[in-house]
Design a protein around this ligand. Sequence first.
Ligand code: HEC
Length: 318
Amino acid sequence: MRAPLRSRIGFAVLLATAAAMLGPAPAIAAALGGPGYFPNVPLTTQDGKVVHFYDDLLKGKSVVINLIYTRCTFSCPLETAKLSQVQRLLGDRVGKDIFFYSISIDPKHDTPKALKAYATKFHVQPGWLFLTGKKEDINLISKQLGLSSLTDAANPDGHQPALLIGKEATGEWMMNSAVDNPQFLATTILHFLEGYNAKPVKSYADMGPLHNVGKGEYLFQSRCTACHTIGKGEGLGPDLLNVTTLRDRAWLARYVAVPDRVLAAGDPIAKKLFARYPNVRMPNLGLSAEEVDALLPYMEQQSRAAAGSATKGSPSAQ
Ligand code: HEC
């Protein structure tokens, strides 16, 4: 599924959904949130510390929760890269006023060590835990959070990158897309924390005049900038400056659409890139041919613009 989940749900809806999935007894019997509703099962952090889901992670806290698995080549890398930008925007409030939890739905493979390596790749800062545990316990958590039908390691195409934002103390919960614009997510989280009195992370007044955002630019900004720049240096992935002239067009179109398949087919360029960027993988973002057709001219035009300003800026440039 590619459509981002944008619905906002009240806790009652969430509870009703969870109750419907669980059957009558446990969810309905419990109060809204509070002890007994959220399972207090043990989980292990990326640092090997055992914590209890309710007592240690939720009780009295404001939290942001998503489900991931480190072998995922679909939405998770984009999700984690975007959340890492959100963490940077929220600064030291993460770990103090709000806590991030990414829970693995592939606990057999995602040992604390694997999660630690994954967190390191995405420059995760303190205040954000990656958690693993027993499969049954994690299933129970995801059911109670209303996330279970949305993310499924066995069926990556059914993966909905959902981000749950909640205040345990007041029982307020809200579902967002985990791949939304990080600035928007950071502002949404701040508003949620501060009862809508918060100032946005960046004022709309600072935005300057609006320009027409074309489809290619929109796609690049929303799907690619978490990992790439064009002429501003390496991010989690390579700088894409001049990639449109460096690579054959057909190759590029196919790689942007299905990088996982190009790599799996043993393509030599894909293998070389994979070796050069061993940490994060270029995700298959499920782009349509039409979307790829909009992205390539945008990347080309941005490369030309970057080359133009570099020549103007430095007299030594050829
Ligand atoms: C989660 C991070 C991430 C996101 C999001 C991402 N990429 Fe990548 N991309 C990478 C990495 C890492 C590589 C290097 C290859 C590898 O290790 O898989 C790469 C490689 C590439 C390459 C090959 C570069 C070359 O030298 O040939 C292109 C082109 C590319 N990405 C385009 C895009 C576009 C377009 C988008 C958005 C639609 C995008 N990427 C989204 C991480 C990402």
